[in-house]
Unconditional design. Structure first.
Length: 287
C-alpha cells in the first residue's frame, strides 16, 4: 500500500519516477513470492468460499490476484490511495481477462469516512495497516462492514526483505543489517505500529482470533532470475531513506553494490536470495 493522502494533483518527474519504481518493486515482490502469497491465501480459515472480498491497501495487486485465483467465484474491491497503483492493477486485470471481477477504489484509509465498500465476506489487509496513523479506527471500521461470519485477514512482514549474506559485502560485512537498523530507527516515529503483534489489537477492536500463522520465505536467484532485480530495486529504495544515517564507508560500499554496471554491483553476485518472514492473523467479529 502507498500510504499517501489521495489528492488529485500532477506528479513532478522525480515523484513520478519514484512512484513507478515503487510500483515495479511491488510487482517484483508479488512475482518472486507468488508461491508464498498463495500459501497464505490457501491457509485462510474461511467457513465458505467468499463471494465479495475487499483488499485494503492493495498496491499493484499481489493479494488481489492471489485471492481471485484461489476463490474463482469471488469479486474483489481493491482499495488504495495511489491512482498509479490502481491503474497498474486494472491493466493487469484486463490482461488476465478478470476486469469484470475487480473494482478499484481510490481512498485514504486513514480518513474518518470510508467509501462504500459493501458488506464483504473477506477483508484482506497486507502490509498496509502499519502505515496508518489510526489503525485502531481502521480495525473498527472493518469490523462494522464485515458480513456476518466474515473473515478479516491481516498480513504483515518482519521488516523489509533481506538479499545478501550476513558476511557481505566483503569490505563491509553486515552492511545490509546496518542499513535495516538505520531504517528502523527512522521509521520508529513515523510508523509506530510497524512490527506490531496485531492479535491483541484485533481482540481490542472487537474481533475473535480464528488463527495465526507465520511463514518464512527463502528464494534464491538460482530459482528465480528476478531476484537480482528485486534486490537492486529494494536496496536502492533503502538507500534513498537511510543515506544520511550511514557512515561514509557504509554508504560507499552500498553505492558500489548499487552500480549495476560496476564490477562489484549486486547483479554480478551469485549469492543473492530473498529472505523474509510474514505473519497472518485471521479474525471474526466477536458479536
Amino acid at each position: 500500500m502507498t500510504h499517501a493522502h489521495a489528492h488529485a494533483h500532477t506528479l513532478s518527474p522525480a515523484h513520478s519516477h519514484e512512484a513507478n519504481d515503487q510500483a515495479d518493486l511491488l510487482d517484483l515482490d508479488a512475482e518472486v513470492l507468488a508461491e508464498h502469497i498463495a500459501d497464505l491465501v490457501s491457509w485462510l480459515p474461511v467457513r465458505t468460499p467468499p463471494r465479495e472480498i475487499v483488499d485494503l491497501g492493495c498496491g499493484t495487486g499481489a493479494g488481489t490476484f492471489a485471492l481471485l485465483d484461489h476463490f474463482p467465484e469471488a469479486r474483489v474491491t481493491a482499495v488504495d490511495s495511489s491512482a498509479g497503483h490502481l491503474q497498474r492493477l486494472r491493466e493487469k486485470a484486463c490482461a488476465r481477462g478478470a476486469e469484470g471481477r475487480v473494482r478499484t477504489v481510490q481512498a485514504d484509509l486513514d480518513g474518518a469516512d470510508w467509501p462504500d465498500l459493501g458488506a464483504p465476506d473477506l477483508v484482506w489487509a497486507s502490509a498496509s495497516l502499519h502505515h496508518m496513523l489510526h489503525p485502531d479506527r481502521a480495525l473498527r471500521q472493518v469490523r462494522d462492514l464485515l458480513a456476518p461470519g466474515g473473515l478479516f485477514t491481516v498480513v504483515e512482514q518482519a521488516g523489509f526483505p533481506r538479499f545478501l549474506p550476513e558476511d557481505a559485502p566483503e569490505e563491509r560485512p553486515g552492511l545490509e543489517g546496518r542499513c535495516h537498523a538505520a531504517g528502523d530507527r527512522l521509521h520508529a516515529g513515523r510508523m509506530p505500529h510497524r512490527g506490531a503483534d496485531w492479535g491483541p489489537m484485533l481482540t481490542g477492536a472487537g474481533f475473535v482470533l480464528a488463527g495465526e500463522r507465520t511463514i518464512t520465505a527463502h528464494v534464491g536467484a538460482s530459482r528465480d532470475d528476478r531476484v537480482g532485480a528485486y534486490a537492486l530495486g529494494g536496496l536502492r529504495r533503502i538507500r534513498h531513506g537511510v543515506a544520511d544515517a550511514l557512515p561514509p564507508e557504509d554508504l560507499a560500499a552500498l553505492d558500489r553494490l548499487l552500480d549495476a554496471d560496476g564490477p562489484h554491483g549486486i547483479l554480478r553476485r551469485d549469492d543473492l536470495a530473498v529472505r523474509t518472514e510474514r505473519t497472518v492473523w485471521a479474525a471474526r467479529r466477536a458479536n
